[in-house]
Design a protein. Structure first.
Length: 119
């Protein structure tokens, strides 16, 4: 059973930056494919970015809406995945969730962290 704990959310003005962190435990971190999802009020949860397991070269993938502004990375020494968010926009306001998977779909989730971007 993978446990995930997110942190780093908050209130920021448009154009500002935040860094989200997600610490994983309960399994070998380097085997995990990791992702950040978000869910805005009244909308479905959507993929923001994902990063493959270290054995698969840490390949990264981004939603079109965040390309060039967000960066996903992982620190295997700290069992942590990060989401660096720059040039934030009000449309980025959502609850951000960390997800993990050994294979197949993401089935392990953190509790979520609120990101609010004011205009």
């Amino acid at each position: 059973q993978v446990q995930l704990v997110e942190s780093g959310g908050g209130l920021v003005q448009a154009g500002g930056s935040l860094r989200l962190s997600c610490v994983a435990s309960g399994t070998i971190f380097t085997l995990l494919r990791m992702a950040w999802y978000r869910q805005a009020p009244g909308k479905q949860r959507e993929l923001v970015a994902d990063i493959s397991s270290s054995g698969n070269g840490n390949y990264v993938n981004y939603a079109d809406s965040v390309k060039g502004r967000f960066t996903i990375s992982r620190d295997n020494r700290k069992n942590t995945v990060y989401l660096q968010m720059n040039s934030l926009e009000p449309e980025d306001t959502a609850v951000y969730y960390c997800g993990a998977a050994l294979r197949g779909p993401f089935t392990s989730w953190g509790q979520g962290t609120q990101v609010t971007v004011s205009s």
